[in-house]
Ligand binder design. Structure first.
Ligand code: ADP
Ligand code: MG
Length: 339
């Protein structure tokens, strides 16, 4: 009924700098639902643990209070259910159902974009739940204010509780996650092997899990124990692909680190110089170092237009000629991305 995934718990969520705030907020909500942060809004790129955390709260709520009505659903499902209710003339049942929950967890709300009727329904549900002190947790792949095609009144309400970014995990956290997953699977993963995988797979936790699964499968299949050689062999295609091309992820992460800002800032609409310049730099790097098209690059920076990318490339080219700081930054970044 509630669609909670049982094994997404706090116990097996590995804490790191990148998810610390989100984890703390989720824990707080699990302890004081409807009270502390309502809604709790988690945002960040794919495979970073948003869905996991949201289920962890749900599972904790049910553990404390087994009769609690905790409902998890993907926003597409909310839309589909609503459309069905409309067709069956059952919209009042639909409303009653969602308003009767103790906690409502809606995943990937970016899919509400441009679905006006769903937004309308959700708006009223949202208000009713907030008024009733019922907890809501929402996730999204970007900062709520940056979802095109989402009503302003929803955007503003999403910020009434607490909005927290989930960032890509840094190296140490990636190692810890791998060790944790291996030990759950009762697999002996030597630290240097974990380190090797974590260095190679930098994009997100889902990819990391996928790589580990392949390594484990190949260890089982060949009867060999897990070491760097086995990893090289079993992830050969993945590693070859990586060597050929610097990934957009990698560029964004490296540039963000270099300028000491967040990856989420690069995706954001913020226009202050401290963010806009690094963003342009990252776009120029992406054009220079990858085979991605301008629209693809724009897309990966929070859904921007290809003309924005083009402008960024020109701007950086011009600045490299006139501004020695930018010239230096460009050189440093290029070096750290290609060696
Ligand atoms: P998102 O919803 O942000 O796209 P998910 O929650 O689906 O990401 O996470 C992708 C996978 O990575 C899941 O299997 C999840 O259990 C795992 N995962 C993500 N972050 C962590 C973490 N910090 N510790 C353990 N597992 C994690
Ligand atoms: Mg998710």
């Amino acid at each position: 009924q509630h669609h909670l995934v049982e094994h997404y718990t706090f116990d097996n969520f590995v804490e790191g700098k990148s998810n610390q705030l989100a984890l703390a907020a989720a824990r707080q909500v699990a302890e004081n639902p409807g009270d502390s942060y309502n809604p709790l809004f988690l945002y960040g790129g794919v495979g970073l643990g948003k869905t996991h955390l949201m289920h962890a709260v749900g599972n904790a709520l049910i553990m404390h209070k087994p009769e609690a009505k905790v409902v998890y659903l993907h926003s597409e499902r909310f839309v589909a259910d609503m459309v069905k209710a409309l067709q069956l003339n059952a919209i009042s049942d639909f409303k009653r159902y969602y308003r009767s929950v103790d906690a409502l967890l809606i995943d990937d709300i970016q899919f509400f974009a441009k679905k006006d009727r769903s937004q309308e329904e959700f708006f009223h549900t949202f208000n009713a739940l907030l008024e009733g002190g019922q907890q809501m947790i929402l996730t999204c792949d970007r900062y709520p204010k940056e979802i095109d095609g989402l009503e302003e009144r929803l955007k503003s309400r999403f910020g009434w509780g607490l909005t927290v970014a989930v960032e890509p995990p840094e190296l140490e956290t990636r190692v810890a996650i791998l060790m944790n997953k291996a030990s759950q699977a009762r697999i002996d993963l030597p630290p240097d092997a974990a380190f090797f995988i974590a260095q190679k797979i930098r994009s997100n936790v889902r990819e990391l899990e996928g790589a580990l699964k392949r390594v484990i499968a190949s260890a089982n299949f060949t009867g060999k124990s897990i070491d760097v050689d086995l990893i090289r062999e079993s992830l050969k295609d993945l590693l070859a692909l990586q060597d050929k091309q610097v990934s957009l992820d990698n560029i964004q992460r490296t540039v963000a680190e270099y300028y000491k800002i967040k990856v989420a800032d690069l995706m954001s609409r913020r226009r202050s110089r401290s963010v806009a310049r690094p963003r342009q730099m990252a776009m120029a790097m992406a054009k220079e170092l990858t085979n991605h098209s301008l629209p693809e690059i724009g897309d990966s920076f929070g859904g921007r237009d290809h003309t924005t990318v083009l402008h960024a490339c020109r701007k950086i080219k011009e600045l490299r000629e006139t501004n020695s700081d930018i010239r230096e930054d460009y050189k440093n970044l290029l070096r750290s991305l290609t060696t």
